[in-house]
Design a protein around this ligand. Structure first.
Ligand SMILES: NC(=O)c1ccc[n+]([C@@H]2O[C@H](COP(=O)([O-])OP(=O)(O)OC[C@H]3O[C@@H](n4cnc5c(N)ncnc54)[C@H](O)[C@@H]3O)[C@@H](O)[C@H]2O)c1
Length: 262
């Protein structure tokens, strides 16, 4: 049986479901003490039970509640050295003229302002400690043109925030990176694909690897960047998309990608 190395306390916000829950599992396996945070407390508690961690409830739109959360985690568990921001909200792909104002506020509040609050509040505490590592979940939709005219820009802002904070906090021993998944088969996405072919009609055909991403594949990349194995990496964005960014334009050229094995 291999020995696990103790890596410190890792807080995963949005850890109750999907990619965040996968991060909790991978981080536990690698030797982090896991703190699961989510707006959905029962989901956070279920994941915490599974990985022998702690669960806390927070809505990332509430700055005061995040400050209280950071204090409570420090008191009850200890000072975190890792933060993963995987909380996120989504939008339908509808033209900008038909997009409700509510969508603009909701998506920016959760995805950008929430990530900003979490980075600032936890990152400054890490900087005071002289060490720490943060990974923010962005998306390939933040890097290319898609019909997601609010979600995509909110994810582009996360990449830029990540680079900005990496520059500011490097001398304080805090690294900040982001991971940009392509379409990842979390239960929410699997259900949506089942209900609507319009959402992702022939998406698998546009992936270089011919399939979508599995949640643990994103979690492995997140844990790598969070851990001391990535000690020289800060301000970077790691794309985990089964090759969607490189292959999705091939159909414009009538590109055929043969499967060479039988
Ligand atoms: N699944 C994908 O295909 C995909 C692709 C690219 C990027 N991402 C990004 O990865 C992250 C995780 O996505 P996912 O697919 O696992 O989503 P998910 O819906 O499965 O999980 C998101 C979690 O965030 C929590 N959350 C939502 N709003 C919150 C709030 N206001 N306060 C606290 N918690 C809140 C939810 O309760 C949920 O547990 C998101 O940032 C998403 O934008 C996902």
């Amino acid at each position: 049986m291999g020995l696990r190395t103790e890596l410190g306390i890792g807080v995963i916000v949005g850890g109750g479901n999907g990619i965040g829950a996968a991060c909790c599992r991978v981080m536990h396996r690698q030797g982090w003490r896991v703190v699961v945070v989510d707006r959905d407390l029962p989901a956070a508690m279920a994941v915490a039970d599974e990985v022998g961690g702690h669960a806390f409830e927070v809505d990332v739109r509430d700055e005061t509640a995040i400050t209280r959360l950071a204090e409570r985690i420090e008191q009850d568990v200890g000072r975190p050295e890792g933060l993963v921001v995987s909380s996120g909200t989504f939008q339908d792909n509808i033209p900008i003229g038909e997009t409700p104002a509510e969508t603009l506020d909701r998506v920016l509040d959760v995805n950008f302002r929430g990530t900003h609050h979490l980075n600032r509040i936890f990152g400054l505490r890490m900087a005071a400690l002289g060490r720490g590592s943060i990974v923010n979940l962005s998306s390939v939709t933040g890097q290319v043109s898609t019909p997601l005219n609010i979600y995509g820009p909110s994810k582009a802002a996360i990449i830029n925030l990540t680079k900005s904070l990496a520059g500011e906090w490097g001398r304080s021993g805090v690294r900040v990176n982001s991971v940009s998944p392509g379409i990842t088969l979390v239960p929410r996405v699997v259900e949506r694909r089942r209900r609507s072919t319009r959402y992702t009609s022939d998406i698998d055909a546009h992936m270089a690897l011919g399939r979508c991403v599995e949640p643990p594949e994103v979690a492995e990349a997140v844990e790598f960047l969070l851990s001391p194995r990535a000690s020289a990496i800060t301000g970077t964005d790691l794309v985990v998309d089964c090759g969607w960014m490189v292959a999705s334009l091939w159909h414009s050229y009538g590109g055929v990608r043969p499967q060479l094995t039988s």
